[in-house]
Unconditional design. Structure first.
Length: 511
């Protein structure tokens, strides 16, 4: 295989420097990205509590770090979110340039420049763990081109640790390359073995710490992706230099750079079809980034002072037995400021956690269904702010502002209105009550032995010395108590329970 030595040439390091400078301007002077709130909160969570595996303050409780990004938050805690973002962009451009120049040499010049622009602009979305993962994936590809198989395996494992989605895209891309070069199968034996081993490890990890929800992918998005891939296949057909691209068009994260590379290899012929493909690729890349930029400009909810009166009211009035529903904003800032103040939220930031638990919020919402949902997730107060709502919260905000929700206003400021839920359902069924709620612990007062429903997501790692815990049909936790008094429930991963989760062994029913 050919070898490309990284040399200080302008067409290699120039785009990286320009991309790093643009990324620095955007992260330090531009509006906060739509994902920044979640990363800021989880970075703080890591700094204050270390690598905690469970978080009771988002949704009904969820696994933390282990099934999203193991690597990003320790790095962000060490060097800061903004500096890490800039370094990620610069290294990604260098790695991408090395990879495409190795394959297509001078024909990749505009592809590299376009990637540098798109990747720098991606900081507007604040999709930082994914960006870190893709940077490591590009480094893995470059090491594979150099036939450094152990280095490839290391970067592939780091890709998974940074972003499982980036790892999946790397696997898809390599599958396309392997199909395109099926006559060179001996070169792919060792990489395939490394990927299989890493994928097996990820499978076991997912068995140990499974996710509960699904990410919504609309039919319109599916059509757009299919159209882009079909056009890409058509444009690369019978173009010898684009044989590898033909099998990897499913990889859409750098749609514009891949499209430009394809069009360059075709020498931009036929012009009409090339123009359509380029327009679709640019729209795919830039439309969500533009929306994120617009939503972040002058967002008052991005400042701690905006939430200070709300936090003061909730600290004084919210009992540990209840959660708060903060009508989600476009920047998702309740997931940071309220959860950081140890206020348990019915929602958080991970969209996939909303399905099916909070799916009712995504359609037309009536008072009866809304109040039933609030009671089901143990909400006592609802916080509505003046900030632009997230698309999933528009119907909820309209209902609350209409006065038809059936909720009474209990607190109001110029920017915030807090409503009380009538007859809320506590986290634990009566006569038990919650004394304290921690990130991975719950303390209850249980005056009577018996069986109680606990509105916290079940995990096999919950345990208590005063009873036993089982899963309810809706995924919550059922507590059977043998002795009265204070009951402490803690989240602790043990080798036995982890093994049982991996093999799918169900816990024995309470006696």
């Amino acid at each position: 295989m050919r070898t490309l030595w990284l040399s200080p040439r302008a067409d290699l390091f120039g785009p990286a420097a320009a991309a790093g400078l643009l990324a620095a301007v955007l992260v330090w002077l531009g509006p906060p990205g739509t994902d920044l709130a979640a990363h800021a909160y989880q970075r703080t969570l890591f700094i204050e509590h270390g690598f905690t595996l469970w978080n009771n303050f988002w949704y009904a409780g969820r696994y933390s770090f282990v099934n999203y990004s193991v690597l990003y938050y320790p790095l962000a805690a060490a060097i800061g979110i903004k500096l890490l973002a800039v370094l990620t962009v610069a290294v990604a451009v260098i790695a991408f340039a090395a990879v495409v120049r190795h394959e297509w040499e001078s024909q990749s010049r505009w592809t590299i420049r376009t990637f540098a622009l798109v990747w720098a602009l991606l900081v507007v979305s604040a999709a930082y763990p994914f960006m870190l993962g893709m940077t490591l994936a590009l480094l893995a590809l470059w090491s594979l081109q150099q036939d450094s198989r152990w280095v490839f395996a290391g970067f592939t494992l780091l890709t998974l640790a940074a972003s499982p989605l980036a790892f999946l895209l790397l696997v898809v891309l390599l599958a396309g390359v392997a199909i395109a070069r099926r006559g060179e199968h001996r070169h792919f034996v060792a990489p395939a073995a490394a990927i299989a081993a890493i994928a097996a490890f990820e499978f076991l990890l997912r068995r140990m710490f499974p996710g509960r929800g699904t990410f919504p992918f609309s039919f319109e998005e599916f059509l757009a992706a299919s159209a882009f891939c079909l056009i890409g296949v058509g444009l690369t057909w019978r173009v010898a230099a684009a044989r590898t691209l033909r099998w990897t068009y499913i990889v859409y994260f750098v749609a514009a750079p891949i499209a430009i590379l394809t069009l360059s290899l075709r020498r931009w012929q036929p012009r009409f079809l090339c123009a359509v493909a380029l327009a679709l690729a640019l729209s795919w890349n830039l439309t969500p980034l533009a929306a994120s930029f617009i939503h972040g400009v002058n967002d008052p909810a991005a400042h701690a002072a905006y939430w200070s009166p709300t936090i003061g009211f909730l600290k004084q009035n919210l009992r540990p037995s209840y959660r708060v529903e903060a009508v989600d904003t476009a920047g998702h800032w309740p997931a940071d400021f309220l959860a950081r103040a140890r206020i348990p939220l019915a929602r958080g930031w991970f969209r996939q956690e909303d399905f099916p638990q909070n799916q009712v919020l995504y359609g037309e919402l009536g008072p009866k269904a809304y109040v039933a949902w609030l009671r089901r997730v143990s909400v006592r107060y609802v916080v509505l702010t003046s900030a632009r709502p997230d698309y999933s919260a528009r119907a909820e905000a309209r209902l609350l502002r209409s006065g038809r929700s059936g909720l009474a206003v209990v607190y109001r400021t110029p920017t915030t209105t807090i409503f009380a839920v009538p007859s809320p359902r506590p986290l634990v069924s009566a006569p038990a009550r919650v004394l304290a709620l921690g990130y991975s612990s719950i303390k209850l007062h249980v005056p009577v032995p018996g069986t109680y429903r606990l509105s916290v997501t079940y995990a096999p790692y919950w345990h208590t010395r005063k009873g036993c815990l089982t899963e309810t049909p809706d995924g919550m936790t059922q507590l059977t108590v043998r002795r009265t008094g204070t009951v402490s429930i803690r989240f602790a991963v043990t080798a036995t329970r982890a093994l049982e989760a991996m093999v799918g062994t169900q816990p024995e029913p309470c006696r």
